[in-house]
Ligand binder design. Structure first.
Ligand code: RI2
Length: 299
């Protein structure tokens, strides 16, 4: 599973977290450990392998923390009982994640009316879930999506929108400035939320936020609160994954330096609101909302 996450067979913060939870559950179910200590050690190893798969994935880390935490805080010492505990906390986590996504769609789809033009970037399953909800609510709106170089995840969004019957326009990333004026709002996903209320998302998002501000188009981020990275509270920067040069130019001259960051930080000043399971909140209140809703994330 870690390999599939690393080579992007599984991608999108949510899908990555779901797969990691399933991998932990699978590892637990197939354990050969005879003692609780040996079982805990196996879980720790699985956690480290998954953590190392992609660095900018706080939702995955929080998910694993929740699932493994059930064993760490348990008094049980029979391995079979601990395996059952992993399965039930994995199931609980996935159910709550699904609920959060539905709640985000319910709240966010109210911002879309007949005739609204939505601008989006990359492919976020949370964004497309929201747009699906709006479309099934019989709203007729239009979507503009960027192709999102170098891996063109915007094409995935475009296909999904067309399948829904939504009028969709695909643009090259560098056409953002000339097209964003047509939009009524920008909605993008998130890979990480930081303690300062900044958002980390696919490379290109910060430029879109700047251009949205210039064009006076409201810029919204949809995100489960569990994308909050508690390490940012302690002064750490969210680490930004650097991807391989071949994604940009296969066969490039060897002495050419190619820089390929997968994500970047969008400063909270550019964000009108974070659409999360607690409603639409200002970015600077992300920390307080996480503390209230998920205190265990900070422990
Ligand atoms: P959901 C993606 O990154 C995009 O940056 C997207 O906005 C974000 O994950 C969140 O996606 P990548 O994994 O969790 O494709 O909303 O590099 O699906």
């Amino acid at each position: 599973m870690a390999d599939k996450i690393r080579n992007l067979e599984i991608r999108g913060a949510r899908n990555v977290a779901i797969s990691a939870v399933k991998a932990i559950e699978n590892a637990a179910t197939h354990t050969k450990a005879k003692t609780a200590e040996a079982f805990a050690e196996e879980l720790l190893q699985a956690k480290e392998v998954l953590y190392a798969a992609r660095p900018t994935e706080p939702l995955m880390r929080n998910a694993i923390k929740w699932v493994i935490g059930s064993v760490e805080s348990s008094q049980k010492d029979e391995v079979k009982a601990l395996v059952r505990l992993i399965s039930s906390s994995a199931c609980e986590f996935l159910t709550n994640l699904e609920r959060s996504r539905d709640r985000i769609a319910e709240v966010g789809s109210k911002r879309i009316n007949n005739g609204t033009v939505v601008f989006t970037h990359c492919h976020s399953s949370t964004v497309t879930h929201l747009l699906t909800k709006a479309s099934k609510g019989m709203k007729t709106f239009r979507v503009i999506c960027t192709e999102t170089r170098p891996l063109f995840q915007g094409r995935v969004t475009a296909r999904e929108m067309l399948e829904l019957g939504v009028e969709t326009t695909l643009i090259i990333d560098s056409a953002t400035r000339c097209c964003i004026k047509q939009a009524d709002l920008v909605i993008v996903g998130a890979d990480a939320l930081t303690a300062e209320g900044n958002v980390v998302n696919k490379i290109g998002t910060a430029a879109i936020a700047l251009l949205a501000q210039e064009a006076r188009v409201p810029f919204y981020v949809v995100s489960e609160l569990l994308k909050f990275d508690p390490a940012t509270l302690c002064g750490h920067y969210e680490s930004i994954e650097e991807r391989g040069r071949f994604e940009i130019w296969r066969g490039a001259p060897e002495n050419l330096v190619i820089h390929n960051p997968a994500f970047e930080v969008v400063r909270r000043d550019f964000i009108h609101g974070i659409i999360c399971e607690e409603g639409i909140i200002p970015p600077h209140s992300v920390y307080e909302t996480v503390v209230r809703k998920y205190p265990w994330v900070l422990m």
